[in-house]
Design a protein. Structure first.
Length: 274
C-alpha cells in the first residue's frame, strides 16, 4: 500500500472527485479526513469508508472560512497526531454569466471557495507540515485555467490562480520538505466507473470523457513516494484535450478502429440508426 500510515485531509470529499480520491487513499492505507460543508454527504462517505475497513473521520468545514479550517487542522492533529497530505479539491462553479453581468457577490463567493480557500488550507496545514519537516499538498485546478470557459470568469480566474499559487508554494515550502503540485482535470463525468462507460467525444485525443477514478489515480501517484522528485508541477488529466490540434485547426481526424467499434456497439444497443 503506497500511503500506509499516512494521514490525508481531502476537502470537498463528500461527492464526486473528492469522494473518489478519499476512497483510493483509504485503499492505499491512508487515514482519511473528509472535509466538506455538506454534513449528510460527508458522513455518508465516512460510513462507506468505515464499512470498507478504513480509518476515516468527517469534519464539517467551510473551506473559505479560516476559523472552520483552523478547527479542521486542530481536529486532525488531535485525532491522528500528524498531517502528511492535503488535497485541496473543494470547488464551486458559480453562476454562469457574461463578463459584464457577473455580480460582485458571485465573484467573491467563487473566488473565495476556489482560490482563497486553497491559500487558507495550504497555509494552516503547511505550518503543521513544516514543524514535522515533511508534507505533500495537491491542488485540484482545471484545464479551464489554461483555456477559459466562456461565461465563467470567476471560476477560470480562480483556477488559474490556484496554479500560480502552486508554484509559489512549491518554492517557499521546499526547504521544509513539502512538495506542492496541481492536477488539472479535463472533462470528467461524475459517475462510478463500474456503472457506465464514459461518453465518446471529439474534444479529447483519446476520444472520450474521463472518470473520477482517473483523477484519483493521479492523486495517489503525487501523494506517494513514486513522485518524490516532483514539485511545482501541473499534471493535466484531460485525455489530451489541451493539445488536440485536430479541434484547434479544424483538421480531419483519422478514424480510430477501437472508437468506431465502441460507437457501433452503443448504436446497436440503442436499436441502431433510423
Amino acid at each position: 500500500m503506497r500511503l500506509k500510515e499516512k494521514v490525508a485531509i481531502i476537502t470537498g470529499a463528500g461527492r464526486g472527485i473528492g469522494s473518489t480520491i478519499a476512497g483510493r487513499f483509504a485503499q492505499e492505507g491512508a487515514s482519511v479526513v473528509i472535509a466538506d460543508q455538506d454534513e449528510e454527504s460527508g458522513r455518508r462517505v465516512q460510513a462507506e469508508l468505515h464499512s470498507a475497513g478504513a480509518n476515516a473521520i468527517f469534519v464539517r468545514t467551510d473551506v473559505s472560512s479560516r476559523p472552520d479550517v483552523e478547527i479542521l487542522v486542530d481536529e486532525t492533529a488531535r485525532r491522528f497526531g500528524r498531517i502528511d497530505i492535503l488535497v485541496n479539491n473543494a470547488a464551486v462553479l458559480g453562476e454562469n454569466g457574461h463578463f459584464l453581468e457577473i455580480s460582485q457577490a458571485v465573484w467573491d463567493h467563487v473566488v473565495s471557495v476556489n482560490q482563497t480557500a486553497v491559500f487558507i488550507c495550504s497555509q494552516l496545514v503547511g505550518r503543521v507540515m513544516a514543524k514535522a519537516g515533511r508534507g505533500n499538498i495537491i491542488n485540484i485546478s482545471s484545464i479551464n485555467g489554461t483555456v477559459p470557459l466562456p461565461r465563467c470568469a470567476a471560476y477560470v480566474t480562480a483556477k488559474y490562480g490556484v496554479e500560480s499559487l502552486t508554484r509559489i508554494a512549491a518554492n517557499e515550502l521546499a526547504p521544509y520538505n513539502i512538495r506542492v503540485n496541481t492536477i488539472a482535470p479535463g472533462p470528467i463525468e461524475n459517475r462510478p466507473p463500474h456503472l457506465e462507460r464514459p461518453r465518446l467525444t471529439e474534444d479529447t485525443l483519446l476520444g472520450r470523457n474521463g472518470l473520477p477514478h482517473e483523477i484519483a489515480a493521479a492523486a495517489v501517484f503525487l501523494a506517494s513516494e513514486e513522485s518524490s522528485f516532483i514539485t511545482g508541477q501541473r499534471i493535466a488529466v484531460d485525455g489530451g484535450m489541451l493539445v488536440n490540434g485536430y479541434r484547434v485547426y479544424d483538421v480531419e481526424r483519422p478514424a480510430s478502429p477501437a472508437l468506431l467499434a465502441e460507437h457501433q456497439q452503443d448504436s446497436s444497443a440503442l436499436g441502431g440508426d433510423n
